[in-house]
Design a binder for this molecule. Sequence first.
Ligand code: UDP
Length: 323
Amino acid sequence: MNVFVTGGAGYIGSVCVEELINAGHQVTVLDNLSEGHRSAVDERVKFIEANLGDRALVLKALKEAKAEAVIHFAAHALVGESMTDPGKYFRNNVARGLELLDASVEAGIRKFVFSSTCATYGPPDRVPMTEDLPQRPINPYGESKLMFEKMLKWYQEIHGLEFVAFRYFNAAGASEKFGEHHRIETHLIPNVLKVALGQAPQCEIYGTDYETPDGTCIRDYIHIVDLSQAHILALKPGKKGFFNLGNGEGYSVREVIKMCEKVSGKSIPAIEKPRRAGDPPKLVASAERAFNELGWKPKFPKLEDIVTTAWHWHSEHPQGYRD
Ligand code: UDP
């Protein structure tokens, strides 16, 4: 299939592009490299450096690529940043995304796959979380993704644009070639592994007074290759709707740090800091719908395997991508 991927130079996009090509798809990547890296884009794809919001350019690119499906990763995705700069999130994730959506309709795209997030739920009434839980985001990042989900529902109903929206829990780990390198790193696992690599004296724990067994936030970590495989399954005709992607197992910040110590064989000192604004205490997925309707089956559900692949990648790329 001819697949057009936005954000294919980013962390999740880069691995998904690699998996798409390995599965025999033809891929075009559009990315403005504001977050992504040119060298994270698989050499076997056509690369276009451009903005999502440039509708005429995107439409032309979709037509030239003879795109049948769009996978839309390009977004800002930091909870903390969204709490200080909400406009950045609504402008990029909603307004610019809408231009892509309109271009996709005009180009006659058959399937639109969207990176949504568990942050659209806000603090859940119960875990594991199923897709029918109320969505009450507590940060602009989650709100911006929820707004796009709503647009997709209407575009499917009115324009017949079939969509799959994946609500990711915490993407982590790496493939052999591609891993996590944000210019400003705020994510837990890469920050903790930086200490193991000797690049930082200690890691930080944001909040130790949550109502969780050890007082720190609980998240459901999912391997980036498993996440990518779900996107490939979503391309099949007739697959549509909202799907959680997670492993159904929650780990606290302290447990993640312990696992990083085990995997790296290094001691990792941590200091306790106040809560980070916008963080729900506990997010754990039920991915039953993805299992049943997409036939999705994670290959790396164990936190140890996830952290091990991240550790390998960071050890081999201590400075991340060079560009
Ligand atoms: N976190 C932390 N120290 C860090 C980075 C993150 O304690 O250096 C916490 C964060 O507050 C959250 C969890 O780890 O509770 C996961 O955060 P991350 O930014 O990795 O992902 P998010 O859940 O925000 O998408």
